[in-house]
Design a protein around this ligand. Structure first.
Ligand code: PLP
Length: 421
C-alpha cells in the first residue's frame, strides 16, 4: 500500500502502526472497515457528549444548508447565531451577557485572553500578566501554549512563547499554597486575568481539585480587580456533573470559554462568553477600542444550528439524569481499585474518572502510555492514557455492560507492569 500523505495530530508516525480507518460512528461506538465495534471511551477526544450521531443534531445539520452556508459575521448576523447566543446566556452562570463566536477550543481561549487585555487597555490602566495553574492546558496555538504547562510538547517552540505566572497545583493539603501564590501575584497590580480549567485539569493528567478552591480564587481575583477566565472547553456540557463546572463553585467567571461539547461534538464551534463590563469597555465612539478579532468561519450557521439542536437535546431529553446515572455507575465500579496496590490516586469528578497505574517510570513519555493504549486497542477499546494515567470520559449513552467490559480491561491492563514493580 502507498503511504498516506496525511500527517496526524500528536502522532509519532515512525512508531505508530498504519492508521486504522473508521467507516461509521454510532452512539458510544466507532466502527472500522471490518465492521468491528470500538468503544469510544474518550468521546473522540472529549467532544462527543450525548453519543455519536445524535438524531436531533444530525437532522439540524442536514436542514441548515437548505438555507445557508457561511455568512460574513462582521457585516451581518443570522438566526442560528442570535438564537444560540440567547440560549447560551440563559443557561450559563448568571452575568455572562455577551457571546463571541470562534471555531475551536484554542481560539476561544485566545479570544478570552485578548478580551482581558483589551478590557484593561481600554479602561486606561493596562495590565501585563496572566496567571495560570501548574499542569494547565488551554490549546495548541502559540498563545494558548504559552499559558499551558511547558514540557516536551512545546520545547521546540519555546522562543515563541510569552511568560506567564504559574500557581502550584492545589494537591490535597496544599490548597492554601495555591491561594497564597495567587494573592502574591495579584499584589503586583499587574494581573489581568487568572486563566483556569475549573475542577479538572484535563490534558495535564486529569488532575482534580475541590470547588471551594475555585470559589476562593474568584474571591481573591475580585479583591484585586483581576479577571477570571474559566476554560470550560473540556469541563462544559455536563462532564463534571453540572452543565458548567463553575456552577459547583457558585461563581460566575468574568469570561467563560466553551467549545468541545457545544455542538454535542458534531461540528467545530466555540464561544467566549463575557460579562457586560468587558463588552462595555470595548464600546466607544473611538474605533481604536474595537475588539479586533475574527476568524473566517466565525459563527458558521450550520455549526450554530448543530449547537442549537444540542441545546434542544438538553431541554427535551433527561440529560442530567443520564449524567447522574453514569456518575454512579462509575462510582461503584471504581471502588474495586481504591485499595488496589497496582493503582494510585483513584479519582472522579462527575462523569470523568481517572487513576494512575503504578509503573516504574511515570510521565507522558513513559512507555506505559503506548503499552496500555495497544493493550486496550486489541480489546476494541479507545482509551488513550496520559502517560501512566488511565482515564475514561465516555459519551453519556454508554451502557453498564460497556463499562463492565472497560473496567475489566483496566484491571487486566495493570498486570502488564506486574513484573516491573
Ligand atoms: C481541548 C482543550 C482546549 C483546546 O481545544 P481545541 O479545540 O483542541 O483547540 C482548550 N482548553 C481545554 C481545557 C481543552 O481541554
Amino acid at each position: 500500500m502507498t503511504r498516506s500523505p496525511v500527517w496526524h495530530p500528536f502522532t509519532q508516525h515512525a512508531l505508530e502502526p498504519a492508521m486504522k480507518r473508521i467507516a461509521r460512528t454510532e452512539g458510544a461506538y466507532l466502527y472500522d472497515e471490518q465492521g468491528r465495534a470500538i468503544l469510544d471511551a474518550i468521546s473522540s477526544w472529549w467532544v462527543i457528549t450525548h453519543g455519536h450521531r445524535h438524531p436531533l443534531i444530525m437532522d439540524a445539520i442536514r436542514r441548515a444548508p437548505g438555507l445557508y452556508d457561511q455568512i460574513i459575521f462582521a457585516e451581518y448576523t443570522h438566526e442560528p447565531a442570535e438564537e444560540l447566543a440567547r440560549g447560551l446566556v440563559a443557561i450559563a452562570p448568571a452575568g455572562l451577557d455577551h457571546v463571541f463566536y470562534s471555531d475551536s477550543g484554542s481560539t476561544c481561549v485566545e479570544v478570552a485572553l485578548k478580551m482581558a487585555f483589551g478590557f484593561f487597555h481600554n479602561s486606561g490602566a493596562p495590565r501585563s500578566r496572566i496567571v495560570v495553574m501548574e499542569h494547565g492546558y488551554h490549546g495548541d496555538t502559540i498563545g494558548t501554549m504559552s499559558a499551558g504547562e511547558r514540557g516536551v510538547f512545546n520545547a521546540a517552540y519555546e522562543p515563541m512563547l510569552y511568560g506567564v505566572d504559574q500557581l502550584p497545583f492545589p494537591s490535597p493539603g496544599h490548597e492554601q499554597d495555591t491561594l497564597d501564590a495567587f494573592e502574591t501575584y495579584c499584589r503586583s497590580g499587574q494581573v489581568a486575568a487568572l486563566l483556569i480549567e475549573p475542577l479538572v485539569l484535563g490534558a495535564g493528567g486529569m488532575r482534580m481539585y475541590p470547588a471551594s478552591l475555585l470559589t476562593e480564587l474568584k474571591r481573591l481575583a475580585e479583591r484585586h480587580g483581576s479577571l477570571m477566565i474559566a476554560d470550560e472547553v473540556m469541563t462544559g456540557w455536563g462532564r463534571t456533573g453540572t452543565l458548567f463546572a463553575c456552577e459547583q463553585a457558585n461563581i460566575t467567571p468574568d469570561i467563560l470559554c466553551t467549545s468541545k461539547g457545544l455542538t454535542g461534538g458534531s461540528l467545530p464551534l466555540a464561544a467566549t462568553l463575557c460579562s457586560a463590563k468587558i463588552f462595555d469597555a470595548h464600546l466607544s465612539s473611538d474605533r481604536s477600542r474595537t475588539f479586533f478579532h475574527s476568524s473566517s468561519y466565525t459563527a458558521n450557521p450550520i455549526a450554530c444550528a448543530a449547537a442549537l439542536a444540542n441545546l434542544e437535546v438538553w431541554k427535551t431529553e433527561p440529560v442530567a439524569a443520564r449524567i447522574h446515572s453514569l456518575e454512579s455507575m462509575h462510582r461503584t465500579r471504581l471502588e474495586r481499585f481504591k485499595e488496589d496496590p497496582r493503582f494510585g490516586n483513584v479519582r472522579q469528578t462527575g462523569t470523568i474518572v481517572a487513576l494512575d497505574v503504578n509503573v516504574p517510570t511515570s510521565g507522558y513519555l513513559s512507555d506505559a502510555g503506548p503499552k496500555l493504549r495497544s493493550f486496550f486497542r486489541a480489546r476494541n477499546l479507545l482509551i488513550r492514557p496520559l502517560g501512566n494515567v488511565i482515564y475514561l470520559m465516555t459519551p453519556y449513552c454508554v451502557t453498564a455492560d460497556d463499562l463492565d467490559r472497560t473496567y475489566d480491561a483496566i484491571d487486566e491492563a495493570a498486570d502488564l507492569f506486574a513484573g516491573a514493580r
